[in-house]
Design a protein around this ligand. Structure first.
Ligand code: LLP
Length: 411
């Protein structure tokens, strides 16, 4: 990253999220290159990291945005993503969200049920518009990933079965207010196996061929996101191999290929820096207590996810004497940990730890639990640091409560 983390910790305080913008750019270009063989659009999954500067950075390189709330659509638009590259997905959209998305002229709304399609049709009719839609197909494929982030099985709430999708396309084609332009699937996140991707793509490509036979012409073939990354020692899928498998499955179809990576672009470009508060031992068990907590990065607590933890310590003769320690935060829950049995040198007050692979689903899943302000975020580009979100203050946290009428409680 070409910066001194200690200087940044001094300048911005901790806990602190750092993002290497050069790294994000490199990963984006690598994906773009892999998909260069055919018309393609990389719509960044904003949920992974929705900071406006991150979205703008990707938009400037040509990325679109995959959004799952009208809030994310607004973020994408205000960060300069071209409206014709924005997709609005999600199993449950409110009428107001549908209306605003239709009015803003984004590329398409991705639908996940017949009931939702009928609502979109009604809203489009009221606006006198034709809604461009895609339908999320659930191919019933096991993606072999963590159950919380598996989405492509019938037991999951996502998408519709092939037969239902077909019925929906036929309905949409006849409707004056629906224009079925796309098809979509997303079988899960942190995928490390190619076979489930191949199988799912083949199933959905077949459906596109069947639809073509009945004069329904799909223009956007959206394979979702999910490309896995290395957190620990996973074998991941190279972008080229990923693209090849998809191209092979859609051979002969004249479609624009869309993919929606989130984690792949951000996870390993981001770091959470935290300072050691103190060490303690409970009956021989070593704990290193730090100033970041599960409210800053919930992945270890929620998914038992592994994040590499690195101690930034000068060699001082003691640093080789590593022993296992649980790295924990100050929150009142035993689930508040970043790592168990991490081999660490002796740590003292203010020593710095860097939690790796924290760029995706880190800050976006942060909360104010225990009235802890959310961390500051800093981007590094060409070796220069730029603040991209200020640390949240106590005043920021209580502002919406103080904005309410309190006279009813005053004695
Ligand atoms: N497209 C759709 C429809 C999705 O549901 C998702 C992620 C993506 C794209 C982006 O997936 P990615 O490329 O980032 O794997 N909080 C969890 C991950 C939840 C993913 C939800 N959907 C975590 O921290 O692992």
């Amino acid at each position: 990253m070409n910066v001194d983390p200690k200087v940044l910790a001094e300048k911005y305080d901790t806990p602190l999220y750092l993002y290497d913008f050069d790294d994000i750019a490199m990963r984006y270009e690598e994906l773009k290159e892999a998909f260069a063989g055919q018309k393609s659009l990389i719509s960044y999954a904003v949920k992974a990291n929705s900071n406006l500067f991150v979205i703008r950075h990707l938009a400037q390189m040509g990325a679109g945005a995959d959004c799952v709330s009208i809030g994310e659509v607004r973020r994408a638009l205000s960060a300069g993503v071209e409206r014709y590259k924005i997709i609005f997905s999600g199993v449950g959209k409110r009428d107001e969200e549908i209306r605003e998305a239709l009015e803003s002229g984004i590329l398409m709304l991705n639908l996940e049920s017949e009931a939702e399609m009928k609502r979109v049709e009604l809203v489009a009719e009221a606006l006198g518009l034709e809604a461009r839609i895609s339908i999320r197909v659930n191919p019933n494929i096991n993606p072999q990933t963590h159950p919380y982030i598996s989405t492509g099985l019938h037991e999951n709430k996502f998408g519709v079965e092939i037969d239902v999708a077909k019925r929906m396309y036929i309905y949409a084609k006849r409707s004056a207010h629906l224009n079925p332009v796309g098809i979509h699937f997303h079988i899960g996140s942190q995928l490390t196996e190619l076979d489930p991707i191949r199988e799912a793509t083949l199933i959905v490509a077949d459906l596109v061929r069947n639809l073509r036979a009945i004069d329904i012409d799909i223009k956007f073939f959206d394979v979702g996101g999910g490309l896995g990354v290395v957190y620990e020692n996973e074998t991941t899928i190279p972008p080229k191999a990923y693209a090849e498998v998809i191209y092979e499955a859609i051979k002969g179809l004249d479609v624009t290929l869309v993919c929606e990576p989130g984690r792949y672009l951000l996870a390993n470009a981001g770091y959470l820096m935290t300072r050691v508060l103190y060490e303690k031992e409970n009956a021989g068990k070593r704990f290193v207590i730090v100033d970041a907590a599960m409210n800053d990065l919930i992945r270890p607590s929620l998914y038992d996810a592994y994040h590499r933890i690195e101690a930034l310590k000068e060699a001082d003769g003691n640093s080789e004497k590593r022993t296992p320690a649980d790295v924990v935060g100050p929150i009142c829950e035993s689930g508040d940990f970043f790592g168990k049995d991490v081999d660490l040198p002796p740590m003292t007050h203010d020593d710095l730890l860097v939690i790796h692979s924290a760029g995706a689903y880190g800050f976006t899943m942060a909360s104010n639990y225990n009235t802890r302000g959310r961390a500051a975020e800093v981007a590094i580009l060409d070796g220069i640091d730029h603040c991209i979100r200020k640390r949240e203050s106590f005043e920021d946290q209580v502002a919406l409560e103080l904005a309410c009428d309190s006279s009813w409680q005053e004695k």
